[in-house]
Design a protein around this ligand. Structure first.
Ligand SMILES: Nc1ncnc2c1ncn2[C@@H]1O[C@H](COP(=O)(O)OP(=O)(O)O)[C@@H](O)[C@H]1O
Ligand SMILES: [Mg+2]
Length: 274
C-alpha cells in the first residue's frame, strides 16, 4: 500500500507551493517514501514535514538577522565546551537559551576574565533569539558609544537611539576594555535608561561591578546604571582559564614535540634482492 496516490501527491505539492512552504515541499518525497516503507508513523511524518519548513524558516531568519544585527560571527551552544569551564552552571545557560528572559525583558550580564567565553555565549543567545524571530543588535561598548557620539554631532541622536532601543535583544560586548569619554558614558546611560523594562540587554565585562565606576569615569552614574541593570537580571560569573590560551598551549605543545619523524624508507631493489 502506498501513502499517497500520484494525484494526491500532486495536490499536496500544489498546496505546499500555494502556502509558500518550500522547505516542506522539498522534504515531501523523502517523507512519503519513508511513510510508504513503514519507517515513519503518520504523526511523525507530519512532524517531519512541518519541521523541515520550520528549519528553512529559521535558517532564513538567521541569515537576514546576521546581516542586520552586526553579529561578528555565528557561535552556538553546541560548540561550547562546558567541560572546559566548570564554573559555568550548564542549567543556567540552557535555561537562558529557552529565551524566557527576552520575553520578560530581563538582562544578562556575563562577567569574567578574557577568553572565558563571554562573547561566545552572548552571541549564541543572540543567534537563538534571531532564529526565534526576535530582532537582535550587537555592538561593543566602544562601537555603540562612537555611533551615538557621531549621531549626536550630526543631529541624528534621536534616530540612532531609536535603532538601539527597538531590538528585543541588544548585546553590549566588551565593557571595560577601552576608556570612555564623559559624553560617551552619558549617552550610553541614556540608552540603557530608555531600554530599561522595554527590552533585554546582554552585557559582557572583564571588570567586576565595583570597577564599573572607573570604567565609566563616574561612580554615581555607574551605580545608577548597575541598579537598573540588576533589577531584572541573570548574572553569569565565569571564573576560569582562557580558551584562547588553551589553543595556544596546544599549539605550543605540538611545536615542542617537533616535526614528525621521517617515514621509514622503502629499501631499494638491490637491498631487497640481497
Ligand atoms: N568553553 C568553550 N568552548 C568552546 N569554545 C570556546 C569556549 N570558550 C571560549 N571559546 C572560544 O574561544 C574564543 C574566545 O572566547 P570569547 O567568547 O571571545 O571570550 P571572551 O569574550 O570571554 O574574551 C572564541 O573563539 C570562542 O568561540
Ligand atoms: Mg569578548
Amino acid at each position: 500500500m502506498t501513502a499517497a496516490s500520484p494525484s494526491l501527491r500532486e495536490r499536496v505539492r500544489t498546496q505546499l507551493a500555494d502556502l509558500k512552504m518550500p522547505g516542506a515541499l522539498e522534504a515531501l518525497d523523502e517523507i512519503l517514501r519513508q511513510l510508504d516503507g513503514g519507517q515513519l508513523p503518520p504523526a511523525a511524518a507530519i512532524e517531519s514535514l512541518l519541521g523541515a519548513q520550520i528549519r528553512l524558516r529559521n535558517d532564513r531568519r538567521l541569515l537576514a538577522a546576521m546581516r542586520s544585527s552586526r553579529l561578528p560571527a555565528v557561535k552556538t551552544l553546541r560548540d561550547f565546551d562546558f567541560a572546559f569551564q566548570p564554573s559555568i552552571k550548564r542549567e543556567q545557560i540552557d535555561s537562558l537559551h529557552t529565551l524566557g528572559f527576552v520575553e520578560r525583558k530581563e538582562n544578562v550580564v556575563l562577567l569574567g576574565p578574557p577568553g572565558v567565553g563571554k562573547t561566545h555565549l552572548a552571541i549564541s543567545l543572540a543567534v537563538a533569539a534571531a532564529q526565534y524571530g526576535r530582532r537582535v543588535y550587537y555592538g561593543t561598548l566602544a562601537d555603540l558609544i562612537t555611533s551615538l557620539e557621531e549621531a549626536q554631532q550630526a543631529g541624528r541622536l534621536t534616530q540612532r537611539l531609536k535603532t538601539l532601543i527597538f531590538p528585543a535583544l541588544l548585546v553590549v560586548d566588551e565593557i571595560g576594555y577601552l576608556p570612555i569619554s564623559r559624553t560617551g558614558a552619558m549617552l550610553f546611560f541614556q540608552l540603557m535608561s530608555r531600554r530599561y523594562e522595554t527590552g533585554s540587554t546582554i552585557l559582557t565585562s572583564n571588570k567586576s561591578f565595583e570597577e564599573w565606576g572607573e570604567v565609566f569615569g563616574d561612580e554615581v552614574m555607574a551605580s545608577a546604571l548597575i541598579d537598573r541593570l540588576v533589577h531584572h537580571c541573570h548574572i553569569v560569573n565565569i571564573r576560569g582559564n582562557s580558551y584562547r590560551m588553551r589553543q595556544h598551549r596546544e599549539l605550543a605543545a605540538l611545536l615542542q614535540t617537533g616535526p614528525e619523524p621521517p617515514a621509514p624508507r622503502r629499501p631499494s631493489k638491490e637491498a631487497r634482492s640481497r
